[in-house]
Design a binder for this molecule. Structure first.
Ligand SMILES: NC(=O)c1ccc[n+]([C@@H]2O[C@H](COP(=O)([O-])OP(=O)(O)OC[C@H]3O[C@@H](n4cnc5c(N)ncnc54)[C@H](O)[C@@H]3O)[C@@H](O)[C@H]2O)c1
Length: 131
């Protein structure tokens, strides 16, 4: 069957070498098999991690602060938006766990970074780390 114009232009933009990993990721996300990492378990990261775990994904939360990790794993939520009960449910079902080791991202299909935005001396966002 002939490829549609949309399919052809998509391949031209993405490039053949990148199409396969993206297809694999999309398939693993759709099937729920994808392992997700959330880096930074604060006001943004923790609710996101819990929501993804509740949606059936295996989620690992990674935070640089070991005390924060320990608190989360002992089912005490550090933020008001997530109750201790909600946190306990995803921990008990082993759909979510928190750790401090960033090396864990090597096992993940996708990682979502939710750490504080670094600022320059003039208090504007510093994107140097992304270049
Ligand atoms: N909170 C909001 O309403 C909001 C809204 C829009 C955008 N944001 C953006 O979302 C991002 C996260 O904000 P937040 O409010 O969740 O921050 P937060 O301070 O509540 O949480 C950040 C977490 O990241 C951890 N952390 C810091 N450096 C780390 C590292 N190198 N590796 C792993 N963990 C690390 C911290 O220990 C902390 O637990 C920021 O960039 C912020 O600008 C936040």
């Amino acid at each position: 069957m002939k490829a549609t114009t949309d399919e052809v232009s998509k391949k031209e933009v993405i490039g053949t070498s990148q199409t396969r990993p993206l297809d694999t990721l999309m398939a693993r996300l759709k099937s729920g098999e994808a392992k997700i990492g959330v880096v930074g378990l604060g006001y943004v990261g923790l609710p996101l991690a819990v929501e993804m775990a509740n949606s059936g994904y295996s989620v690992t939360g990674i935070d640089i602060n070991p005390m924060h990790v320990s608190k989360i794993n002992s089912k005490t939520s550090p933020i008001a938006d997530i109750s201790d009960e909600t946190l306990a449910q995803v921990l008990d079902k082993q759909e979510f766990a928190a750790i401090s080791e960033i090396s864990a991202i090597a096992d993940h299909d996708a990682s979502i970074v939710c750490v504080p935005t670094p600022l320059t001396k003039t208090k504007t966002p510093d994107f140097v780390g992304l270049t």
